[in-house]
Design a protein around this ligand. Sequence first.
Ligand code: IFM
Length: 719
Amino acid sequence: MDNWHILETTFEPQALHHKETVFTIGNGYLGTRGAFEEGYPGAWPMTLIHGLFDDIPVAYTELVNAPNWIDFSIAIDGEYFRLDRGEILDYCRALDLRTGILTRTARWKSPAGHVIDVAFERFASLDDEHLLAVRCTLTSVNFTGPVEFRAGLSGTMDNMGWMHWEWVNQKAIGDRAVALEVRTKSTQIKLGAVARLDVIDTPDAEYVLEMCHANPTVVARVTIEPGQTFTADKLVTVFTTRDTQTPQLDAMDRLNFALMHGYELLRETHAAAWEAEWEHCNVTIEGDDEADLALRYSLFQLLAAAPRHDDRVSIAAKALSGFGYRGHVFWDTEIFLLPFFTHTRPEIARNLLHYRYHTLPGARRKAKANGYQGAMFAWESAATGDETTPRWGLPPDGDPVRIWCGDIEHHITADVVYAIHQYWRITGDDAFMRDYGAEIVLDTARFWTARVEWELENERYEITDVIGPDEYHEHVDNNAYTNYLARWNLQTAKAIWAWLQREYPEQAAALAGTLAITPQELARWDDVIEKLYLPYAAETGLIEQFEGYFDLKDPPLAEFEPRTKSLQAILGVEGVQEYQFIKQPDVLMLLYLLDDLYDTETARANWDYYTPRTDLTYGSSLGPAIQAALCAREGDPEEGYQHFRLAARTDLEDVRGNAHEGIHAATAGGLWQAAVFGFGGLRIGENGPEVDPRLPSNWTRLKFRVIYRGETHEFDIQS
Ligand code: IFM
């Protein structure tokens, strides 16, 4: 096989949930996990639609598990095809990354001894994001008798036991289609879906509609004999009141439209849409099939979750592939994912940044509630931008744990600005900066001037009581990452304000009015820029991660080896804070982002100090890819490659044991950065993008494209 397919050649029920994550498909409107059409005991069939949130205790809000559109079962003389019964004689599941089509073939012997060949194929159309399709092809090997194809819309899906839906209505449409309408209980979002089933190779199929409450199903009956094949196509359309006032009507219209085209053409246009995505986004690595496939898979999942027609939503930490973090959006999007979109699909990047613009009111509410001016973005964000980080973690086998990130992990605010600035620099999209970006940049600058505290003794501004990217250490003062990024946010605001006044004086005047930007305010920015404490020891070149960090103990790591879990899990939330051991790059993350602030010696000194103290294997999944990128950039591609491999195996090999909760979207975006910025050495030089490659020794070729200011640049690096 080429490196465009994710394959599973034996069915592994013990990896059921992991594989459901891996085989997730999506079209930027919704994502559907790779659960089986016919079901399996304990399976998590799940479809998550962008923006479709409903309230939940403790965690505030979560993406709702939408009605199950893949629901499709087959009965052979009354016996249901299921992989937990009878005997699997042959099996293969394949996700075609080129086309976004998931297929499964099985030869199955029923408990009564009937042997059939079954093939399923499904896709969520990238050409028409409201259209979904399942095709089932059934061939009898030794069986003569009645077959039932049953295609339903299951409106009773829950979120791990929590039911968000209430039934509104359902209808029969003609003799082979059904419609369902449901509504979320708190947010009152209605969803309308229509499903139709056609057995395409015979006019003699008998159709029956079974209108069970909240689970209307189309049944098609045929009689089969050995060697005979039937193909049954299920088309589904779905809309919500986030898209239209009349979701069920729109779903019916769209289904009629789809029927005029027919399954084959719908599949073709869907595949063509994926082909067009790859034209911009594909990265080829030669000499290392594992890396080539893993990176492509990562990009597939990012593209599958990327909103193309909705700028009120963003990509969550687990994209649209699982319940992990409940569909909330973190800094993962801006710092880890956005560089990929900004450099390859700027229209999508723009949508993701618009999400932050739409959630500015929430960010302002958060600032106000905390006693600050300006805009302070939520650590975990959902529909409105209000803070949605749960205050308590409730481990199944332990005491509740207070989660402080929503209160004090403040760097997210500067991270959003970082992504806006990067987007503007790479795309040259002045209109975006003028109309949306500038307002965010300026109001976040105002937040930082409110957030800093004046420290009398040292006559400097400080930022106390925060959590930096390394979440093992809580309530720390002057976290270097936060302080440097806050100053950078203020400097950027100054530059953008000057640009706006110069280029668009009318918009500048309007913003000055709305945001009350006065000469006093600007003077305050200057003062904070000048006097904000930035930890750095010139004699060693080291940046202290936070005040007092160097006084902490080094952990007796050898005592814990061989280790299978994080040091936090071993020592406890309090215990781990006594040590210098960190969850993910923090100072190194700062050096990675603000690379023009430091020379190679400084980077090296900090690299040597912090790398052995970072829990790259069991800490945050955000660590390894960025560590790889920085390592390659600083001239050590071989060590960088080790980190890259660890990151590349995160979801496909489930190296962290939590892939069942959904894919690690930040790792996926980080892999692109490691390949392109790290090993490829992509930089923006005076004449635009240029590369300074440092390939690992086993890579013979690295090929990618980026778009800079509207022009595509292709890089083909060969060693
Ligand atoms: O945003 C991350 C954070 O940096 C580490 N914990 C998981 C979050 C979501 O991926």
